[in-house]
Design a protein around this ligand. Structure first.
Ligand code: A2P
Length: 350
């Protein structure tokens, strides 16, 4: 059987290091794993399955002999290097937003639309972290009752903004506890590295993830809207999002309100659908205070769903609380799961 050479681009990053962990446990037959990052990291060593691997500087030639390349080093790196990888025969699974809405690029959550992989032309996009977990929770409901509308508010962890954002939260939290007043906390990364102003995330909640578009929605919010429609292959679903960064290290939480299309749904049936769904875990027992929590999601590949209630006024309206490890199902695991699915469907061009 063919064994694959797999490259991780952005191997030193918050997502890249988790991609390496996911590859340690993958069912994918592996020959070699190549770790790529910037010049700054070249020569550093990381362990993979008790072997020491040396990080190499990313250059176009890095992809000679690579079968599958997992990218998570930022959109501009994907824009420049994913075509170089494809040119050399690799299949790219890209964790950035750069190619997601390209009609020639499948945007895939394996539990929802694995069939889209058949159309790939070398690049496959991994959806936005908040979108992925919402898809795992909503697809089992959509399949049976249809979806009229989705309103989501997110409570997103700082690790989604990379290692520097994790460090920023830790430093600010320590400084604040040790007496530094809020207005003197150093903020350089959040809410968005490329925007003008920065605000403390420690003991705060920032209703801005990514930059604002002209309509006053943020691009993170637009990602949830557009990607939902693309993955569910239905432009008629009404979707609106409010994305908020909170001082949690890992594990995104979402309050999701849905209106279903078909009659016949109720809370018990929705719970049954979630409990039976691939990749989802039902955690819903208010009498035992059982509900999904960000801390408990860390290190888990599943999406946890609970607090399922019927809306008080709208008969086809339901509320759900959806939690998942943003670095795993939201990023590294979904990417490696796409690679495993490509292999299972015989779609890796080797
Ligand atoms: P490096 O550590 O060498 O800077 P995060 O999302 O956690 O901030 O991580 C970003 C990842 O992208 C890191 O692995 C980082 O590597 C990598 N990266 C950033 N700039 C480049 C670049 N110019 N070429 C290759 N990798 C890069």
């Amino acid at each position: 059987m063919k064994k694959y050479n797999v490259a991780v681009v952005g191997a030193t990053g918050a997502v890249g290091t988790k991609m390496i962990e996911m590859l340690e446990a993958t069912t994918l037959p592996l020959n070699q794993v190549k770790l790529l990052a910037s010049k700054r990291s070249a020569g550093k060593e990381l362990t993979f399955k008790q072997q020491t691997l040396t990080i190499e500087e990313l250059v176009p030639e890095s992809f000679e002999d690579v079968d599958i390349a997992l990218f998570s080093a930022g959109g501009s790196i994907s824009a420049k290097f994913a075509p170089e990888a494809v040119k050399r025969g690799a299949v790219v699974i890209d964790n950035t937003s750069h190619f997601r809405m390209d009609p020639n690029v499948p945007l895939v959550v394996p539990e929802v639309n694995p069939h889209a992989l058949k159309q790939h032309q070398g690049i496959i996009a991994n959806p936005n972290c908040s979108t992925i977990q919402m898809m795992v929770a909503l697809e089992p409901i959509r399949k049976v009752y249809g979806l009229e509308r989705v309103l989501v508010s997110t409570y997103q962890a700082v690790s989604g903004a990379g290692i520097k954002a994790i460090e920023e939260l830790k430093t600010q939290a320590t400084a604040y506890i040790n007496g530094t007043p809020a207005e003197e906390l150093q903020a350089d990364i959040l809410p968005c590295g490329s925007d003008e102003k920065h605000f403390p995330i420690a003991f705060n909640a920032l209703p801005q993830i990514d930059v604002f578009s002209k309509d006053d929605y943020t691009y993170e919010e637009w990602k949830m809207v557009n990607e939902t429609k693309k993955i569910m292959e239905d432009d008629s679903i009404k979707v609106s999002a409010t994305c908020v960064r909170i001082p949690v290290l890992s594990g995104h939480s979402e309050s999701v309100y849905i209106e279903v299309k078909e009659a016949g749904a109720d809370v018990a049936k929705i719970k049954e659908l979630i409990a039976a769904a691939s990749g989802a875990v039902l955690q819903d027992d208010p009498s035992q205070q059982l509900y999904p929590q960000a801390l408990n999601s860390i290190g888990r590949k599943e999406t946890f769903v609970g607090r399922i209630r019927q809306d008080l006024d709208i008969t086809n309206g339901y509320h759900l609380w959806v939690v998942s490890d943003n670095l795993l199902k939201g990023a590294a695991w979904n990417s490696v799961q796409i690679a495993e699915t490509l292999h299972d469907m015989d779609l890796v061009r080797v």
